[in-house]
Design a protein around this ligand. Structure first.
Ligand code: FAD
Length: 499
């Protein structure tokens, strides 16, 4: 029996809201209907109904996929779990349960207000937990606490067997669990691959006792944010080079697992010169030592060159920050933006040739790309305290997360934006076929920031397949999980695991 009340067709006022909730406006789905589900039983029915009808389905939670995996014109049904958002302590599992439809912001709020604790989730509060955690989830606190996936104790997933029967399964971190591999696949294997996640449970690996407030890290007592800006007009090629060299050296020296500066997260945010913004922003959780830590960081980046024109430091509660971090960084115009994000993880800082490439793409005047941005975010710290095969998040030796990104509003601007961002990234990684091939210098890329170009031989000439860039040695294990739990390959997209 179909549950008509949750089946949202194109003439329902909720249809457009559900289909258009995807953050990246570059893609647009045209499903026959959206299925709003409220329980595990609803998810099972939604999947089985779509199968009986012979309709291809995809799942969404928060709608923050950067590629068109949900907004796929071939998807005839979108199963939307965003109404499933309970967060509670599960005494039996001694872990905090978070349903897949909760957002990052809702999770931060609930953890803080109920237990004073935190999971090191991502940077944008509207992201949905469903896709986010399965893709490993890095964020402002990852240098201090690691990845959100490092706290994943168990996961409940609705999977579909060979006969087309859907059913929920719980997979845990316990190595004795016969479903252990399915848990492992949800610690960085990526969303939309094995089934529909309905619930995650979180607990620190070393948590003992039964006090819910001690199951996860304590939230920061306060946060100090900072923003320091230079005038782009004053930045010439030599001083650009020096600042990025200095920045890279700081990251090399301060990204070890036990670095005292793991409490600092900073983003070097360099917009195209025509837009005028050249700045560093970040957060420190060092409490009374935050001001000094930030000044030391800015001094290190500015060594031998002119310091920033001004700086703003603001102290606030963790929750106030987490629910609205850096409003100007994440501001989008009404109607949203189309975007392309190309990430890479670095184990060593950029060499001068690469910094020269960045300078060229950020200042060249033959590409009229207003939304172009080069970001270099601090990484490492406690992320690097975990073995690369302990979770499916293989990148455990990086010091920097860099991104070439662009955004546009008018569809006519797509081609020039894509040309700029793709060739910028390709030229950065020219020595390794246009992509950050894992090795001594690079550590591949994040599946939470998927980039289908990595699977395109026009943009990846390295001979190293896209799945090695994302999963390294873990891909074969993910393939076995896929073969067991999704034998019909029902959960698929452009970068899904092939069994
Ligand atoms: C503005 C912005 C900021 C971001 N910042 C960060 C960040 O700081 N750190 C970080 O790690 N990532 C970040 N991301 C990436 C984000 O974590 C991923 O895109 C994540 O997959 C989004 O999950 P979602 O549920 O919101 O997205 P959706 O678009 O709903 O889904 C994304 C993918 O996950 C699958 N999926 C969704 N729900 C489920 C489910 N319940 N079960 C199984 N599969 C599911 C979908 O099918 C799709 O393949 C950011 C993205 C954006 C747009």
């Amino acid at each position: 029996m179909l549950n008509e009340s949750t089946r949202i067709g194109p003439d329902d006022p909720r249809y457009l809201a559900a289909v258009d909730k995807q953050f990246n406006k570059r893609y647009r789905g045209i499903p026959d209907y959206v299925r709003l589900v409220c329980s595990v039983d609803d998810v099972v029915s939604a999947v089985e109904d779509a199968l009986k009808e012979g309709r291809r389905f995809v799942v969404t939670s928060g709608g923050h996929c950067l590629e068109g995996f949900v907004s796929d014109p071939d998807a005839q049904v979108i199963i939307d779990v965003s109404l499933m958002k309970r967060i509670f302590y599960d005494a039996e599992r001694r872990a905090v349960a978070v349903e897949a439809g909760a957002t990052v912001g809702e999770t931060f709020r609930s953890l803080l207000e109920t237990w004073g604790s935190v999971i090191p989730l991502g940077e944008y509060p509207q992201i949905g937990m469903g896709g986010h955690v399965a893709g490993e989830a890095f964020g402002f606190l990852c240098r201090q606490h690691g990845l959100a996936a490092d706290y994943l104790h168990a996961v409940e997933v609705v999977t579909v067997d060979e006969s087309g029967r859907a059913s929920p399964v719980v997979a845990t971190r316990e190595t004795s669990d016969p479903n252990h591999d399915l848990w492992w696949a949800h610690t960085g294997g990526g969303g939309g691959n094995y089934g529909i996640v309905t619930r995650y449970w979180f607990r620190s690996r070393d948590a003992s006792g039964s006090d819910p407030a001690r199951m996860l890290p304590r939230a920061p007592e306060s946060i100090t944010t900072f923003k320091a800006e230079w005038n782009w007009g004053d930045v010439d090629r030599p001083s650009f080079l020096r600042r990025l060299q200095n920045h890279g050296i700081w990251c090399e020296r301060n990204s070890g697992a036990d670095s005292p500066n793991a409490s600092l997260w900073a983003l070097f945010e360099i917009h195209r010169k025509q837009f005028g913004k050249f700045l560093i922003r970040g957060v420190s959780t060092a409490g009374a030592g935050a001001g000094r830590q930030i000044e030391d960081h800015l001094a290190a980046v500015g060594e031998g060159v002119r310091g920033p024109n001004d700086r703003e430091l603001t102290r606030m509660s963790w929750l106030e920050f987490a629910l609205n971090p850096f409003p100007d960084l994440f501001a989008v115009p009404p109607g949203g933006v189309s975007s392309k994000v190309k990430d890479a993880l670095l184990r060593k800082r950029f060499i001068d040739r690469q910094i020269g490439v960045a300078y060229h793409y950020l200042t060249r005047t033959d590409h009229d790309v207003m939304g172009g941005l080069f970001g270099l975010a601090t990484y490492g710290g406690r992320v690097n305290a975990v073995a690369s095969d302990a979770t499916a998040a293989a990148q455990r030796g990086s010091i920097l997360d860099i991104a070439c990104t662009t955004g546009w509003v008018d569809p006519r601007d797509e081609a020039k934006n894509l040309a700029w961002v793709r060739s910028f990234y390709r030229d950065l990684f020219a020595e390794t076929g246009g992509v950050p091939v894992p090795g001594d210098v690079y550590d591949g890329a994040f599946i939470n920031h998927p980039d289908t170009d990595l699977a395109d031989p026009a943009w990846n000439t390295s001979g190293v397949p896209w799945h090695t860039l994302y999963y390294q040695e873990g891909y074969r294990r993910l393939q076995r999980v896929k073969a067991r739990w999704d034998p019909r390959n029902l959960f698929r997209h452009a970068l899904s695991i092939r069994s």
